[in-house]
Design a protein around this ligand. Sequence first.
Ligand code: GUN
Ligand code: ZN
Length: 450
Amino acid sequence: MNEILIRGRVLTFLAEPQGIDDAASYRYIEDGAVYVRDGKIVEVGSYGDIRKLADAGIRIADHRPNLILPGFIDTHLHFPQTQAIASYGAQLLEWLNTYIFVEEQKFARAAHAAEVADRFMDELLSNGTTTAVAYCSVHPESVDAYFTAAEARGMCLIGGKVMMDRNAPDALRDTPQRGYDETKRLIAKWHGRGRAHYAISPRFAITSTPEQMEMSGALVTEHPDCYVQTHLSENRDEIAFATSLYPEAKDYTDIYARYGLLNSRTLLGHCIHMSEREVTVLAETGAVGVFCPTSNLFLGSGLFNAAQFDKRGARWSVATDVGAGTSFSMLETMDEAYKVLHLQGQRLTPFNSFYRMTRGNALALGLEKQIGSLQAGADADIVVLDSSAKSAMEFRMRTATSLAEELFILQTMGDDRNIREVYVAGKPMKAKDAKQQATVSQRSEAALFA
Ligand code: GUN
Ligand code: ZN
């Protein structure tokens, strides 16, 4: 039996926060503890109560005065684009052709895919992200590399081979039949193995023929427990091109609807320029719009309208979208999300940001029992946040008087330097920080916001 008691200021969400100070939406325990056994959370509560439950000799990871939250969840990014972040100057279609379709060709080499997959997982973890949903390249070897690297770390990851059979270089194109066969084989190999989940991944309507879309729909019907991921309404030129390729469709969303690709396990990257009709279709099908603020600003794509989704009862999640996204950090992502919504007169409260990165994204994936919350029975994927890790933050934190303010400072000024530790299924993953951890446990035990 492998047990650990993780002590610190525990914060977890129970529901979506309504307003700036919705105390009923979260549970905060100033001197709290998470009791973990064999990778699962046994109990969460005050340190005093939890200490009594555990064996006298249990290992204690004392993270006071740091915050303990569920590990962050990133619902959309591209693992083969890890080395293509910060590619200059172009909007979506030019950016794909100039940089991305060149970069992704390197993943025909299994050794390259394995090297990048390792770096990718390490970047996720060093940013406090314990679950991600990623596109791999068209090469099945890239999917093997991705899930192998995740499995080695015990991570709950979702991903799949991109399918593309037109409007891409020869070296990146499959065919409808090959895309189907390779996806079938990869689902059989990886879906449900350990913590892995497969996502059926036609890249977007522009790079798939109607025949490939039809076969993607068949895959969705044959594997209803797999996820589906694609891109929708990111950029005006993209929308015009996509709809010109499918003249019978009512609009871009209708292309995917016609091929049976929209359901409650579908993740649609971007959804920026959406009509009311399209958002209503997402609400009706349960498909999730994925808000990727750093990407949308970097590519000049536009501003995601969260209020439009909320008004229609459509679901949305948040994500980095590396490599159009400019950071692996969900903290930096929510900083940009705040600004994108602010520009449209909308407010994203600090509690709502942290809800979105954790329980909100878990709900979007239908994995809320396993991840995204610190609750008995959940997987022990946990992040430890040090709000004073940077000198400017430490100075700013001296004037903070509430938890909401601390969270807003973390999201506005924070990055990977604030990730003190990250646990995957109860296992600490930042070994290089072991010495720092010892120092933390000796720090002041004074309550921050007593
Ligand atoms: N649309 C189709 N492929 C991509 C991609 O790789 N990144 C982004 N941002 N949009 C896409
Ligand atoms: Zn994407």
